[in-house]
Ligand binder design. Structure first.
Ligand code: GLV
Length: 309
């Protein structure tokens, strides 16, 4: 039984090293050097070419190398009935929380403005937004959103969360489902999107959503580029209704050089780094799932195909 890593453009050496450190006898192949297709029973994937996974008739599990699985589910030619797993890892949740906290504090303490002031040698103190006065609304209270929400509560922010089921987290005011979305948005000064990308959440950061936020709200998107309607964000920034945005993910990655986000004074761009998978931390759960697949045991971190995450 062989493992195939299909991750075009990704450096795979570190994955192989950490998987082999757990079990040196693993037969790991790197696409496109797959060998005989019938020998592949476990695929580790990140943005595989659509249609590729159908070529392996004995596949028992498709494992995402990240927390998201939208890159797998968008393949219209997925082999039917093969379970899909995703990475669930505390170090990824911590990393995402660091990104969110950094962006929130940057905004509250005007660090972008001070950077510009420094370039002009301008000494100009600004009044910080106080944590107790700032209402942060997190869309998505899963592994990542839940961790970020709990940390922001500890820092003294007013934290609200919006999720499909209205998950309860201590200190967080929870809103559920589409019905409570407007109420959630109307009490949110900083909107943080950490939702999985599904048909229900695609384009959720739209003109309609922005219009429900209070004036001068700030938006952080560290989920997926397709959550955001990019023209609607530009329009809301132009009109002054939104005061700024911090974006880690984009419709097209890498963000094309001519894209208006690059030079927009109210947008901070980072290159999809909010929460990178750490091969060393994640290798044990992948090897465990590989062994379970091999032995016909129940798999860990399975994706609910109905929900799409
Ligand atoms: C990163 O975007 C991931 O899905 O892990």
């Amino acid at each position: 039984m062989a493992i195939l890593v299909i991750a075009p453009g990704m450096r795979t050496v570190s994955w192989v090293k950490h998987l082999k450190a757990i079990d040196p006898d693993l037969d790991i192949r790197i696409w496109p050097e797959s060998g005989k297709p019938e020998e592949i029973e476990f695929a580790l994937v990140w943005r595989h070419p659509p249609g590729e996974l159908r070529k392996y008739p004995n596949l028992r599990c498709i494992a995402s190398l990240g927390a998201g699985v939208d890159h797998i589910l968008r393949d219209p030619d997925l082999p039917a009935g093969v379970p899909i797993s995703r990475v669930v890892d505390r170090s990824m949740a911590r990393s995402m929380t660091e990104y969110v906290v950094l962006s929130v504090l940057n905004y509250c303490r005007h660090f972008e403005a001070y950077r510009q002031d420094q370039l002009q040698r301008r000494w100009k103190p600004r009044i910080p937004r106080r944590t107790r006065d700032v209402r942060i609304g997190i869309m998505g209270l899963g592994q990542l959103g839940g961790h970020a929400a709990a940390t922001l509560v500890r820092l003294g922010f007013q934290v609200r969360g919006w999720s499909r089921t209205g998950r309860r987290i201590e200190g967080v005011i929870s809103y559920a489902d589409g019905k409570q979305l407007d109420k959630f948005l109307s009490a949110t000064d900083i909107l943080v999107c950490l939702l999985p990308l599904t048909q229900a959440t695609e384009r959720i950061l739209s003109r309609r959503t922005f219009a429900k936020l209070p004036p001068e709200a700030y938006v952080i998107n560290a989920a997926r580029g397709r959550h955001l309607v990019e023209e609607d964000l530009l329009e809301a920034l132009e009109s002054g209704h939104l005061s700024g945005a911090c974006l880690d993910v984009f419709q097209h990655e890498p963000l094309p050089p001519e894209h208006p986000f690059w030079r927009h004074p109210k947008i901070t761009v980072t290159p999809h780094i909010s929460s990178l998978t750490d091969p060393k931390a994640v290798a044990p759960q992948l090897v465990e799932n590989y062994r379970r697949a091999r032995d016909g045991k129940p798999l860990l971190n399975l994706v609910d195909m109905q929900l799409g995450y």
